[in-house]
Structures are given as structure tokens and as C-alpha cells.
Design a protein around this ligand. Structure first.
Ligand code: BES
Ligand code: ZN
Length: 468
């Protein structure tokens, strides 16, 4: 959708630069305000695009030197805009998946996946088929020094492994259920926690499993090797980067804070151009554009680390705030996956599905800029810890997600400058509308009337790894 073109009155440009604008547009606007226009014009989408390009050369997995490099880049950029910038380091326990996994039977290697939280090891032993590996399947069975061959189903992988190990097994091989995915492909899953990794455990395909069962049931003895290495939990350090634009104008300050945020980390193997270099780079550009604009409200631009590990950075940040600070935050705009050419339309997600300050100002700004942005319900990003602290927060994302989500294909060539520009303009206009001088202070939890339609469809492309 094209933006409506309006001339910007020169006197307003001058007034804005001098920090003397008053909010002449407090009433509901159907069209872009002059300030919307100034902001939209000031946003240089090439800056966003180039930052995504730089950030997405390699995956930025939290706790790695690639994350450190991204953090330094973001910090330098914020500082170059004249913003006071703080890097907030934090430690957490991070799981690293196995770097080596193999399953060999005789001369043949059978494709396999290590389950998350598996123990490492190199076990060569006889295979014993024990059905579903439930307690009753194992009654009177001695697995001492053996590898248990178990079918997926009924109970968790962790329970199957615990049952087999209790009977003396040194490793477990789980084969898939028929039709639970590709019958020829190994599956992946998780034990759910490091405490369950009592022996090496891998997943193989249904067909590979059935071949082995047939051999065993025909009375053959099958010796196999399960090899797993590199699976470990390590304490790592990740970081949040926080740039603060203080309230500064001729108007009285509001004591309120607006946050624009994104996560700078990505998952293993994914360059994360859209998830979430797009949000990070958009946050940087909004910081550049707004750094010198007059506001009666403080704006914080934040990029979070370790989002992909369970929103660790944003929880750390919210926990680090005093109660007073938490109370002062009237809006948190989270930008996550905001530039894919292959994703759907822009939507604002709140954790509870209800409208709040963010969806109200976001929806109004979108309308002024001639877009229609609905809201819906979704968690899965850094707006969650803010919501849990009672702070009005929403996730800006395009839905449905692109097929490249969390994959090596999440690269710069799939980024749409038009989408970036759209999100930057809407979020910029909305955030500035709250922060600009002489706007009335916002309530913490705004009782706003639903303006836009609730998006009923929630698209879930990514499901967490199965535990059974
Ligand atoms: N950007 C995604 C969240 C997302 C993707 C929301 C697609 C809606 C549609 C985010 O980086 C992510 O992957 N989050 C994790 C959850 C988090 C708590 C570890 C996820 O969804 O698996
Ligand atoms: Zn993300």
C-alpha cells in the first residue's frame, strides 16, 4: 500500500528542529500528521537494509563471539547517534546440541539425530528390542551392557531412557512411529532437561528401526555403535544493549518511558536476517532518527540477547529495573521478524490478546499512514517479560511467517525494503506520538477500545521439539 503524499510545512520542520512544537494534532487524525511525514521521510530504509546485511553474514548465537561482534556493532551505532549506551551482560546455562552423532550397524551408517540433552558416549554393544520401552515391556529383561532399541510412542523419551538404563542399558536408539513424519528420515526430539541425559540416546527413522526389529526377531544378533559427542550445558555470557534518549524539550517532562526493542541473537545455523536482524536494524534506524527529536518522554532503544534461549535477555532486563522504573514504562514495542518478503501482513500481538497502549498507538499510526494493522494473541518474543511485569507491550511481526524461519535460508536476499519501511514508519510514528512534547501522560494499563479487528488466526510454524 502506498503512503499518501503530503507536503511538509517548512515552519514545522524548523519548529521541530528547535524543539518547540506543540501537539497541534492531539485529536484523532485520519491523515499523516506533519510529524509523521517528517519521521517517515527521515527513515532511510537503506540504513536498515545495510545493517541487516552486516549482521546476517553469520548466525549470532547467544554466548558466541558472533554475538559479541553484533553487540559491539550495535553499541557503536547507538553511540554514534549521541545516545548514552549501556551493554548489560548476563550469564545463563545454555544447552549446546551434539556436534557429532552416528549410528553404525556393521559397515552401514544409519542416519540418526541426537536427542537434546543426550549424554555423550561411544557405545558398541548388542541391540535388544524392547517395544515401547515402558516398565511393563522391560519386566524381567536384563539389558546390562546392551543398547536398547525402542519404538517412539506412549511415554516420553526421557522415561524410555530411564527405564532402559535402570535395566542396565548403556545407550538407547528410538525409532519413529509409522507416519509420524517421513518414514525414511530420522526424527529429532528432546529429553527436556540435562538431568534426563543419563546415557546416549538417538532417534532414527521408522523404516530403519523396523529393519532392525525384523533382523532381531529372526534371531540374528546385531551389534551396533552409538556415538555422540559435544552435547553439553555450559554457562555462557550474553548481553542486552540499551541506548537511552532522555526527555528533552521545552515542555514539562512526563516521567514516562517508551521502549522500542528487538532481539539481536539468532538460532544455530540460521543467519537470522529476518529473525531478528530486521528488528535490530529497524530499532537502530529509529534511534538514529529520533535521537535529536524533542520529546517530553524518555525513549529506550534496546536489543536483547538470548531471546532464542527462552527470552533470557528480556527477562534479565525487566528484572534489573526498579519497581518505579517498571511503573514508568507506558509502552514496549517489540520488533521481531519485520522484513521478510515471503511473510504475510503486519500484525501486533499482545500476550493476552487484548489491546493496550501499544496496539492503540500502533493501530492509530498505521491508520494515519494508510495501513490497516490488526492485533492478535501470541507470546514467543521479548514482549512477554514486559507483559508479565504489567507493562503494555506488543510484538510487531508479519504473519504468517516465511518458510525460511529458523533456517540457513533466512538471508538478506529475502528481505523486503518495503516491509521494513512500513514497520519503521508505523512504529516510529506511534512511539513518537507518545513521546512528543505536550502529549498527555499515558495510563499504565490503558483501557483502550478495540479499534482494529482481532486477528483470529494464529499461525504457528515453529513447534518446540517433541518430548515423546
Ligand atoms: N521470532 C520468533 C518468534 C515467532 C516466530 C513468533 C514466528 C511468531 C511467529 C522468536 O525469535 C522465536 O523463535 N521464539 C521462540 C520462543 C522463545 C521463548 C524461545 C519460538 O517461538 O520457538
Ligand atoms: Zn525472533
Amino acid at each position: 500500500m502506498a503512503l499518501k503524499k503530503h507536503a511538509i510545512p517548512l515552519c514545522l520542520v524548523a519548529a521541530l528542529a528547535l524543539g518547540t512544537t506543540t501537539s497541534a494534532f492531539a485529536a484523532k487524525q485520519e491523515d499523516p500528521t506533519p510529524i509523521d511525514q517528517i519521521l517517515t521521510k527521515a527513515i532511510k530504509v537503506d540504513n536498515i537494509y545495510n545493517d541487516i546485511k552486516y549482521l546476517s553474514k553469520k548466525p549470532r548465537v547467544s554466548g558466541t563471539k558472533e554475538e559479541d561482534k553484533a553487540v559491539k556493532y550495535i553499541e557503536k551505532k547507538f553511540e554514534s547517534f549521541g545516545l548514552k549506551t549501556e551493554v548489560q551482560p548476563f550469564e545463563f546455562e545454555k544447552y549446546f546440541g551434539a556436534s557429532e552423532v552416528s549410528f553404525t550397524v556393521g559397515e552401514e551408517e544409519i542416519p540418526s539425530n541426537a536427542l537434546d540433552y543426550t549424554a555423550n558416549g561411544n557405545v558398541t554393544a548388542e541391540l535388544v528390542y524392547v517395544g515401547l520401552g515402558k516398565a511393563e515391556d522391560l519386566e524381567g529383561v536384563d539389558l546390562t551392557g546392551k543398547i536398547a532399541l525402542i519404538q517412539r510412542g506412549d511415554i516420553t523419551f526421557a522415561e524410555k531412557l530411564a527405564n532402559a538404563v535402570e535395566k542396565g542399558a548403556e545407550a538407547a536408539v528410538i525409532f519413529n512411529r509409522q507416519g509420524a513424519g517421513d518414514d525414511d528420515a530420522p526424527f529429532g526430539g528432546t529429553l527436556g532437561g540435562a538431568e534426563n541425559g543419563v546415557a546416549p540416546i538417538i532417534g532414527i527413522s521408522y523404516n530403519a528401526g523396523m529393519d532392525l526389529v525384523e533382523q532381531l526377531e529372526a534371531g540374528e544378533s546385531v551389534t551396533a555403535t552409538v556415538h555422540v559427542d559435544g552435547s553439553e550445558v555450559r554457562t555462557v555470557t550474553s548481553h542486552n544493549v540499551i541506548a537511552t534518549k532522555p526527555a528533552k524539550s521545552d515542555a514539562p517532562e512526563t516521567d514516562q518511558i517508551v521502549i522500542i526493542g528487538a532481539h539481536h541473537d539468532s538460532v544455530e545455523g540460521a543467519p537470522g536476517a529476518n529473525d531478528d536482524a530486521s528488528g535490530t536494524a529497524t530499532t537502530l534506524e529509529l534511534a538514529r532518527v529520533m535521537a535529536k527529536m524533542p520529546t517530553d518522554t524518555e525513549i529506550r532503544f534496546i536489543t536483547f540477547g538470548a531471546e532464542e534461549d527462552g527470552l533470557v535477555g528480556s527477562y534479565e532486563y525487566v528484572d534489573s529495573l526498579s519497581e518505579d522504573e517498571q511503573k514508568s514504562i507506558v509502552a514496549m514495542f517489540q520488533l521481531d521478524m519485520v522484513g521478510s518478503r515471503d511473510a504475510g501482513d503486519l500484525i501486533m500481538y499482545t500476550v493476552d490478546g487484548n489491546p493496550n497502549n501499544v496496539t492503540k498507538y500502533g493501530g492509530d499510526a498505521a491508520e494515519r499512514l494508510d495501513y490497516d494493522v490488526p492485533y492478535g494473541q501470541e507470546s514467543r518474543s521479548d514482549h512477554v517479560p514486559f507483559y508479565e511485569a504489567g507493562i503494555p507491550a506488543a510484538l510487531f511481526i508479519h504473519s504468517p511467517s516465511e518458510p525460511w524461519y529458523h533456517s540457513p535460508e533466512d538471508t538478506i536476499d529475502k528481505i523486503s525494503k518495503e516491509k521494513l519501511k512500513q514497520v519503521a514508519s508505523i512504529v516510529g510514528a506511534a512511539a513518537y506520538n507518545i513521546a512528543e512534547p505536550n502529549t498527555p501522560a499515558l495510563p499504565m494499563k490503558a483501557k483502550v477500545k478495540a479499534k482494529s479487528k482481532k486477528n483470529v488466526e494464529i499461525h504457528r510454524l515453529h513447534v518446540d521439539k517433541p518430548t515423546k
